[in-house]
Design a protein around this ligand. Structure first.
Ligand code: AMP
Length: 397
């Protein structure tokens, strides 16, 4: 299906291998890494290239330093933590301009299996503009390029698309897994294929819903965008979130779903609250009976039951966006129940990163899912049916 070279297609022995990783890890005020899942995710590709006798030059972005050197966003703590995880020294090339004397000298001195980590690629303005000069500088360090960062695959930057255009290039294991699993789900899903969409706004999900209307058997809607759909059905929604300018569009989607025989399922009940806070007056109401002075902040128990039944019969499920304001305990039931239903389903289950991934991890169900994407934005674009520029740029087999 995917006709792109993978790291296993490369001859790596004695080669300098430039690897784009996603080391954009959370850190506390003392710059201690608070969650190293992303570093762990990069290890299979790194270890494989070491075993093959490559010389590894790692690069990544971290946070948003806005194109300027800024110690707060230095990758130095990542080099330390990676050294611990690998049991091999990861030499940090502390160049404010990323490809400076430190990097060049360190690369020059490398032996097979050695590892150098470059400074944050976003210390350079050209990075996010896919500047050719910066891409050339990065490429000049290496013989081949491996892209193992899915979180930025929907962006054309110098450190992914730019270097792919210059060097022989391939996908790392992590990106390959993302693309294989999500690619199969979108192109050739086992059916019934159920998509669950939540989160705050309809406007963020327009292209996803449109694309899924041609692919999914059922689309379950939850979260803040529910209420724009309920208005489209002629219900009053009290003080719930509403995108007035998307009501017509929601009406069209409901019609299109009917015409295409897609089961577009809206919540039948809602957990309504007096105010947007955890401790406030709360009432479960039917979707066509939301009081004027209340707002819907979660799907209700009848909807949970209905959604869970549909998920139970599914063979492929994709999920993006929480069912309610899951950050507040009183409005987290819907999101947690959907996570549980996915965990129990005999289906390929794919979580599209971001908030839904966090919810699944918080509920301790992560290892029950087929795949949790490492890229919220990138997986959403995948579900929209778009081609991801950093994948397209990789050499064909
Ligand atoms: P998104 O970034 O689009 O995935 O949206 C996630 C956000 O949507 C979370 O912070 C939720 O708190 C919020 N959200 C979910 N349901 C609702 C709701 N019913 N009303 C307001 N915000 C919501």
């Amino acid at each position: 299906m995917l006709n792109k070279k993978s790291v296993e297609d490369l001859d790596l022995k004695g080669k300098k291998v430039l690897i784009r990783c996603d080391f954009n890890v959370p850190m506390d005020d003392e710059r201690k890494i608070t969650n190293d899942a992303r570093l762990l995710g990069a290890l299979p590709t790194i270890k494989y290239i070491i075993e093959q006798g490559g010389k590894l030059i790692l690069m990544s972005h971290l946070g948003r330093p806005k194109g300027e050197p800024n110690k707060k966003y230095s990758l130095e703590p990542v080099a330390k933590r990676l050294s611990e995880l690998l049991g091999i020294e990861v030499k940090f090339a502390a160049d404010d301009n990323v490809v400076g004397e430190n990097a060049k000298n360190a690369v020059e001195a490398m032996h097979e299996g050695d590892i150098v980590l470059l400074e944050n690629t976003r210390f350079r303005k050209e990075e996010t503009k896919n500047g050719e000069e910066f891409a050339k500088e990065l490429a000049s360090l290496a013989d081949v390029f491996v892209n193992d960062a899915f979180g930025t695959a929907h962006r054309a930057h110098a450190s992914n698309v730019g270097v792919s255009n210059i060097l022989e290039s391939a996908l790392g294991f992590l990106v390959k897994k993302e693309v294989d699993i999500m690619g199969k789900a979108m192109a050739n899903p086992e059916r019934p294929f159920v998509a669950i969409l939540g989160g705050a706004k309809v406007s963020d999900k327009i292209s996803v819903i449109e694309n899924l209307l041609n692919k999914a058997d059922s689309i379950l809607i939850g979260g803040g965008m529910t209420y724009t759909f309920l208005v489209a059905k002629g219900y009053s929604i009290g003080t719930s979130l509403l995108e007035q300018d998307k009501v017509e569009f929601a009406k069209e989607l409901i019609e299109k779903a009917k015409a295409k025989n897609v089961n577009l399922v809206l919540p039948v009940d809602t957990v309504a609250a007096k105010e947007f806070k955890n401790d406030t007056e709360i009432k479960v109401v039917m979707s066509d009976d939301i009081p004027d002075d209340m707002m819907g902040l979660d799907i209700g128990p009848k909807t949970i039951k209905m959604f869970s039944e549909i998920i139970k019969d599914a063979k492929t499920v994709i999920w993006n966006g929480p069912m309610g304001v899951f950050e507040m305990e009183n409005f987290a039931d819907g999101t947690n129940a959907v996570a549980k239903a996915l965990a129990e389903a005999d289906a390929v289950t794919i979580i599209g990163g971001g908030d839904s991934a966090a919810a699944v991890e918080n509920s301790g169900l992560a290892d029950k899912m087929t795949h949790i994407s490492t890229g919220g934005g990138a997986s959403l674009e995948f579900f929209e049916g778009k081609e991801l520029p950093a994948i397209v740029a990789i050499d064909d087999k």
